[in-house]
Design a protein around this ligand. Sequence first.
Ligand code: SD4
Length: 322
Amino acid sequence: MVINSWTHTEGNEHAWHVLNRTPGGLGETRNAVVEGITRCEKLQSRLSVGYGGSPDELGETTLDAMIMDGATMDVGCVAGLRRIKYAIRVARHVMEHTRHSMLVGDSATEFAKSMGFRDESLSTRNSTDLWQQWIDSKCQPNFWRNVYPDPKITCGPYKPNRTSITPEKENSVGKEHTIGPDNHDTIGMIAIDGDNHIHAGTSTNGLSYKISGRVGDSPIPGAGAYADNEVGAATATGNGDVLMRFLPTLLAVEAMRAGKTPAQAAEIGIRRVLKHYTNFFGAVIAVNRLGEYAVSCYGWEEFSIVVSSPLKSGPNTRIETV
Ligand code: SD4
């Protein structure tokens, strides 16, 4: 099976296609997750995965991604990746070609270039326009010009948001920091083959107008996703600045290890966050090693997942909304 957060349907269909290249999907779960997510990165799916979305406060798009192998517990992660379009493939290279787990920023870019990836701008008309509109709405005299004397900043300096996210203020610190279906949709994907071999992966361009250098939960094992063949896997979406404090996907997998159902496990992940951040908006998807799955979601009116698995009748790939 292949399951992922939000309506990244093309990525799921592609992953399902890759998984079914071999009988039982054997040996294909890594390829399925990496290539399924790559499809989303290429398509700039929902503008929240890949290049051209979510500019940071300096106008740059940067990418976070992770792949985890539930058999070996190997992970490969990139965070704050600049100027390289296919973050999940770079994460795979970190896993397969280094002894490390995570590379960040410009150094991740250099690594990717050494592996043959092309250095290219992640900005598009969309991301530039988004950023310019945001900057225009933030103009404040005599602040930013002294900090970043950048000719791109034509509207005059603005005052960057330096408000801390407290439990009370979470999701209300300003519209640009509110995460919901309209402005943010990281992909988290899990694939399981006929031998119950599991891979989990994530990819995102993070939070719009984030402070340059901000990394979310998505590339962090146990936060954005986690996989263990013995038990199952989980992936999360929501405000990564909060999610990463609770490792909800590790919690969900450990709950299933302790005998909980996927539904109970996903809820345990979400409830831990809610205990401290009652205004939190987010979701956890939990899947056991047999492919039984459930979603726990809080705050959003609705949340969608895409699932592909063999069905006796009807389409193999379907959107489910909770
Ligand atoms: C982040 N977790 O960078 C991501 C946001 C997200 O759906 O999941 N949005 O904080």
